[in-house]
Design a protein around this ligand. Structure first.
Ligand SMILES: *Cc1c(COP(=O)(O)O)cnc(C)c1O
Length: 420
């Protein structure tokens, strides 16, 4: 589609958008002047579905009225609460239901997955990560290596961008593996790099890792709810994600975990077990020998934090109603439009470091600003833009297709270009 820079054109795109009504289902934070702010920060914290409060209240009411009986005697019994999230979540990440479980938060899940899928042996003990990974992932990998008696300085191999570039090339991962393949135990990459917004080819990475005898896992914090992860077909051994970014389930909300079905019945994998991962029929017999549930649920430890899971139900309802495929196609159009407007800003101060092909990104664009410091970001924030700033010079903006409009993109670019 050819875009036009006018406000009328943005309005006409919104008028033709079949998903525009979903914006009404969210609380949009207000700017100081009482108007809706230009919220482009769903990559950091997704907005609150209006239904979330009622879903949480329902559980509070059940707790008040039923007490312990709420574990069993109600529409969404607490002992099974996480199961009601599995199918919609599996749909969004492209997995089979028994490959997905909603539990814990992201970094603990990454650790628990590495307990099972990082098994250094002899010289095969290294982990490949992307350079400039999210710090929590680096801390997790670093500490897992130390836990196994290794030395992170030696055992982490970074997949680096080429000089002058911010994004990564698959050929460079290939050459790392050609050189070090027999020393690599695990390839652990984000699905989308949080800084550049680059979406990696999960299947290619998985095939490469596997062909060299390594296991492969992904941190999908920026991928889940944003792009077509197609986790099952990627063949990845495991994946983890959070639900407070594109999944709109609230600050610190419970994360998700994927374990490929080829590992579903493997009781020999090391794991840190807990009673919620134990055979459901016999869980309450309270016997000492652990008998894992086949599939991802077998990695659960504790009974589910219901009040934190209730908003996920509200969010998943909206994903299901809108249809994830429809959201993905709006996302491509919305982001292409934002890119067009940004590239139309006069002068040369803005450079988009996110890849320009839709297949290599989600909805986030990372804008590197020449000769800028955080004051520019403060200026656009004072005019009602909610985005985020990453040192030294990057503004990240992410129009989320469930609640952002073409007018949001237009307003953002008006404000940014007038402050430049
Ligand atoms: C957001 C994010 C995290 C945050 O981890 P939590 O355990 O949820 O605090 C970790 N890794 C990546 C890649 C992220 O984008």
């Amino acid at each position: 589609m050819t875009f036009e820079p006018t406000k009328e054109f943005a309005q006409s795109l919104d008028a033709g958008d079949k998903l525009s009504r979903f914006r009404e289902s969210f609380h949009i934070p207000k700017h100081t002047d009482g108007t809706e702010s230009v919220y482009l920060c769903g990559n950091s914290l997704g907005l609150q579905p209006k239904k979330a409060a009622a879903y949480v209240q329902e559980e509070l009411n059940d707790w008040a009225e039923l007490g312990v009986k709420g574990h069993f005697d109600k529409t969404f019994p607490w002992t099974r609460y996480q199961e009601f999230l599995t199918e919609p979540m599996a749909d969004v990440v492209g997995a089979k239901p028994h490959e997905v479980v909603v539990m814990n938060t992201l970094t603990p899940n990454l650790h628990f997955m590495m307990v099972s899928f990082y098994q250094p042996q002899g010289k095969r003990k290294k982990i490949i990560m992307e350079a400039d990974a999210f710090p929590s992932d680096t801390y997790a990998v670093d500490s897992q290596i130390k836990f196994h008696g290794g030395d992170p300085a030696e055992d982490i191999i970074l997949w680096q961008p080429r000089p002058g570039s911010s994004t990564l090339e698959i050929e460079d991962l290939e050459s790392i593996l050609r050189k070090h393949g027999d020393e690599v135990a695990l390839v652990m990459i984000a699905s989308i790099n949080y800084y550049t917004g680059q979406f990696f080819d999960l299947k290619k990475i998985t095939d490469l890792g596997h062909s060299h005898g390594a296991l492969v896992g992904f941190d999908c914090a920026h991928g889940a709810g944003n792009v077509d992860l197609d986790l099952h077909n990627s063949g990845a051994d495991f994946a983890v994600w959070c639900t407070y970014k594109y999944m709109n389930s609230g600050p610190g909300s419970i994360g998700g975990c994927f374990v490929h079905e080829r590992h579903a019945d493997n009781d020999n994998l090391d794991r840190f077990a807990g009673w919620w991962g134990h055979n459901k029929e016999e869980r309450f017999l309270m016997e000492p020998k652990f008998d894992p549930i086949p599939g991802a649920e077998g990695w659960q430890q504790s009974n589910a934090p219901i009040l934190s899971m209730a908003p996920i139900r509200a969010s998943m309802d909206l994903f299901m109603e809108a249809g994830f495929k429809n959201l993905l196609s709006k996302s491509v159009s919305l982001t292409n439009y934002l890119e067009y407007l940004v590239n139309n800003i006069p002068g040369d101060r803005i450079r988009i470091i996110t890849p320009d092909k839709p297949k290599d990104r989600g909805c986030q664009l990372s804008l590197a600003v020449k000769n800028a410091d955080k004051s520019l970001f403060k200026d656009i924030s004072s005019r009602g833009v909610i985005a985020d700033w990453r040192e030294p010079d990057v503004i990240r903006v992410a129009p989320a297709p469930l609640y952002n409009s073409y007018m949001d993109c237009w307003n953002f670019v008006q404000i940014l270009s007038s402050e430049l």
